[in-house]
Write a protein that binds this ligand. Structure first.
Ligand code: ATP
Ligand code: MG
Length: 247
């Protein structure tokens, strides 16, 4: 489903990603962890081309991404983002649209689906994320956890092949984290292919088929949670998890 080959990216003189290579098969859930500034968000953003990269290539959901794609690729990149959804730390809902309008907007505008079809699907998705009774609520009338679940439903409305999450629970109070993590866990159980940047180690341990420790622009360690979290092989991963346990 995803194949990353020797992906490199710089910001000015700073190397942010350095020759990252990785494969993800359909239905896997990858938890991405690692120290701040290591390149986790940048890698996710490169995968749906919110950021371009300097070297290497990415194949994802049937799209081939290469360095410096531009104007001529606009249509491709638009299609890419319907196949590869992204959920951010700050929910980024449209404040003037209700929950159901947030969810139906892109399917209507980007995919040209009818109002009836998109609304029926959005009602199902709201039920799926536990918000069947809040379709008409506006973002400011919803808790952070509820807003994030609407954001997940909005991403699902595009029927993506891959979902990318960048710290989906870190802007939330602890009580609200669980409800969002439960939704993501359900998606994992249903076989959605997902990459989830998270600082929640127990969550990573529970949902991930593999954990990547990203440090200084490379994947320092890649393996099942039972190995990477419980018995890390690299000094970077040992130090990272050690610090987490002490904090
Ligand atoms: N627009 C930018 N211009 C310059 N440097 C940038 C830019 N965006 C990111 N960086 C740098 O790239 C590196 C990787 O950033 P990134 O946001 O990917 O890290 P991260 O692993 O997601 O960190 P965190 O855990 O704090 O979210 C950092 O050193 C950051 O300062
Ligand atoms: Mg980040």
């Amino acid at each position: 489903m995803i194949s990353v080959r020797t992906l490199s990216k710089r910001h000015g003189d700073r190397k942010v990603l350095e020759g990252v290579s990785a494969e993800v098969t359909r239905g896997e859930t990858i938890a991405i962890v690692g120290p701040s500034g290591g390149g986790k968000s940048t890698l996710l953003r490169c995968l749906n081309y919110l950021e371009s990269f300097d070297e290497g290539s990415v194949e994802i959901a049937g799209f081939k991404l290469r360095p410096n794609m531009g104007r001529g690729d606009r249509q491709t990149l638009r299609e890419l983002r319907t196949r590869v959804g992204m959920v951010f730390q700050a929910f980024n809902l449209f404040p003037h649209l209700s929950a159901i309008e947030n969810i139906t907007l892109a399917p209507r505008v980007v995919r040209g689906l009818s109002r009836e079809v998109t609304i029926a699907r959005a009602v199902e998705l709201l039920k799926q994320v536990g918000l069947g009774d809040r379709a008409r609520a506006f973002p400011h009338e919803l808790s952070g956890g509820q807003q994030q679940r609407v954001a997940i439903a909005r991403a699902l409305a595009q029927e993506p092949d891959v979902l990318l999450f960048d710290e989906p629970t870190s802007a939330l109070d602890p009580e609200m984290r669980d409800e969002v993590m439960r939704v993501i866990r359900d998606l994992a159980a249903k076989g959605m292919t997902m990459l989830v940047v998270t600082h929640e180690m127990q969550f990573a341990h529970d949902i991930a088929s593999r954990v990547w420790v990203i440090d200084r622009g490379t994947i320092a360690e890649d393996g099942p949670p039972s190995q990477v979290v419980d018995n890390p092989q690299t000094a970077v991963a040992r130090e990272f998890f050690g610090r987490l346990r002490r904090s």
